[in-house]
Design a protein. Structure first.
Length: 173
């Protein structure tokens, strides 16, 4: 059974995931600016000053993958538990589910920001040929975050439907 404390814990985890996404988007924006500068210097035949870009980007991608792997296990378990039935007598749960739904929407907005930052980075990366970068790892992480967000949004809609039907009783639609 789903209870209010469990939903509160999931909401805290969701806030952590949202914070990670926003930090990742900011870092990706920084890498985009650095890459744009590198491309500009290369185009003008100026010596490239940011020699640590490839190493920094590789470390960023590896760190992101580790962080995401640690969060994926939690969300798999949470998704299976959230599919359990809801106690129909617990009216407190309706408010907790509304909070869950609102946090899922904010998580979705953070994921949209990350997708925008990723698209901006890819726009510059297409012209980058100076070093091999693990962009495939970044793509994999962004796809995983997009999938997790979609599944959380789906669960929030399902939980909302369940609590609405328990609030209405047997005569509700």
């Amino acid at each position: 059974m789903i209870n209010k404390e469990y939903l509160d814990d999931i909401c805290l985890q969701m806030d952590g995931l949202r914070t990670d996404m926003l930090q990742t988007a900011r870092s990706l924006d920084d890498f985009s600016r650095r890459l744009e500068l590198i491309l500009s210097q290369d185009h003008k035949n100026i010596a490239i000053r940011d020699i640590g870009f490839a190493g920094d980007f590789s470390a960023f991608c590896a760190s992101l993958r580790q962080t995401l792997n640690s969060r994926l296990d939690y969300w798999q378990q949470a998704r299976t538990q959230l599919r359990d039935p809801i106690d129909g007598n617990d009216y407190d749960l309706a408010l907790a589910v509304k909070g869950f739904v609102n946090r899922a929407k904010t998580l979705s907005r953070a994921e949209d920001e990350l997708s925008t930052s990723y698209a901006r980075f890819n726009r510059f990366y297409r012209n980058y040929t100076l070093a091999k970068l693990p962009v495939w790892l970044l793509t994999s992480c962004c796809n995983d975050l997009d999938n997790i967000t979609g599944k959380i949004l789906f669960l929030s809609r399902e939980l909302s439907k369940k609590t609405e039907s328990t609030k209405r009783g047997k005569y509700g639609r």
